[in-house]
Design a protein. Sequence first.
Length: 338
Amino acid sequence: MTHQWIDPMHGDSRRLHKGLVASALLSATLGLSTAAQAVDLRFGHGGTEDTAYHLGATKFQELLDEKSDGEIGVEILGNSVLGHETEMFEQQMAGALDISIINPGLITDFSSTANVFSVPFLYRDEDHWRTVLDGDVGREIADRITEETDVRILAFYGGGKRQIVSTEPLESLDDLEGMKLRTNPTKPLITAWEALGADPTVMEWSEIYTGLQVGAIDGLLNEAEWIHRMRFHEVAPHIGLSEHDITVRLLTMSQMSWDRLSEEQQEMVMAAAEESASYARDIQLKQDAEALDLLVEEGATLHELDRERMQEQVREPLQGVIEEMGLTDLHQMIVNAE
């Protein structure tokens, strides 16, 4: 008969082994739980790395990492890798993308309130623009767009001053008469430029340079940075300083993504959004001024325009459109903001 030698410690060893396994599993479970508490947000935008879009997004990423002690991470996906801004906004509506930077003119099919930003001559000056965006009026606009789209407006980026780009000199406002001017197809813009004597024309962004070359259009509306980036001044070297708009870009977050955050995390996100917005606007304004100087260096001619006369000519026609679009109260709040 064969006798099996039994280690008197075997039972204790087995129990110890089971205990270690259980402990390891518990640790792993706790690790997973900790990991589950961390939040990773995907931030898509359409800008290249040298734009205020990307620099603002990077600032947001840094601020949120600092405020959350690394609990909330942000993955930045720029240069339109997730699609056009309208597509990214639709992804946010569906909860498939967390954060983005959106041109409000591209989402008016989803939000009637977003049309307010297409009204020209909306701001008296740069200080008024900041007051509107950072104050009660900006929050009211943000809340209305959020309610209409289920995409939360966290803050406002932007800062490009829009001018008139022309193939011919703009010595006076009379030179706008009959000018085939490429504009975005929004009613306030079309109404205003018709009142100024121009012939608003719709044309794809990608076709503008060639359109200027062949005379299909005589000019367009754009900010200095993009005039320079797209080299429009090579074929349309005259820039009328209308400053009829200071651009606004929406820093947006999917409501579904927002609802998954704790109240404390929501506060961190809002704080990072507001601080990064101020930073991004400063960058955009700086880049805009630098681009205007570059345009002059490269042969563009700047033409001063009578902005007061322009505002007077568009005031009455615009009032009807603003009323028709249900924006009278918001427009009045903006005008009265101090």
